[in-house]
Design a protein around this ligand. Structure first.
Ligand SMILES: [Zn+2]
Length: 187
């Protein structure tokens, strides 16, 4: 079986080893380009290699057997992190620069949420309601604008995806080889 070109170490450049900072203690951890995770020697935190160059594994159907389930999980995690950061940017785009309190609130809520599945825990927003109803109102308005912007983005992406799929189907129909007669005899 031929090796996936992205995973062939002979094709690596000089950047094949690099340092990744431990998110917990800022110790530098040496990673090989295709290493998924390592334990930080100074604090014990499991650190994922977020520069891992496994771009092909994002879409390759044999990724699990090629790079391993750990790597696939790490890619998914790093994609989820990226998506979450993009969500925060989109959310902050809905807040004018002058509303520093609202911006600070969103950044705090973002950092305190430990998961990767959402930009922050919206229940936490309600604790603000009692403390500062005016801030709550502005934050809620911005959050609703964010949800609308995200919805609009998602439907644009779905349209683009549908167009790509249609193009691929068209391509496959053209490339499909004629069924060979010998093949049918064997059946
Ligand atoms: Zn550490």
């Amino acid at each position: 079986m031929s090796k996936c070109p992205g995973q062939d170490t002979q094709m690596w450049g000089h950047d094949a080893i690099f340092d990744v900072e431990c998110p917990k203690c800022h110790n530098l951890i040496e990673f090989f380009k295709d290493e998924v995770r390592r334990r930080c020697k100074s604090c014990g935190e499991v650190v994922f290699n977020d520069r891992m160059d496994l771009g092909c594994a994002k879409w390759c159907p044999s990724a699990t057997s090629c790079v391993g389930p750990d790597a696939v999980k790490a890619i998914e995690l790093s994609e989820a992190r990226k998506a979450r950061r993009e969500d925060l940017r989109l959310l902050l785009d809905q807040v004018p620069e002058s509303q520093t309190e609202v911006r600070a609130l969103f950044k705090t809520l973002f950092s305190e949420y430990r998961g990767e599945d959402r930009v922050f825990d919206t229940n936490r927003l309600y604790t603000v309601q009692e403390r500062d109803p005016e801030l709550f109102e502005r934050a809620t308005a911005a959050f609703q604008a964010f949800l609308r912007a995200k919805q609009a983005l998602a439907s644009r992406e779905a349209q683009a995806r549908a167009r790509t799929e249609e193009m691929l189907r068209h391509d496959q129909r053209r490339k499909k080889p004629q069924a060979s007669p010998e093949h049918r005899e064997g059946a």
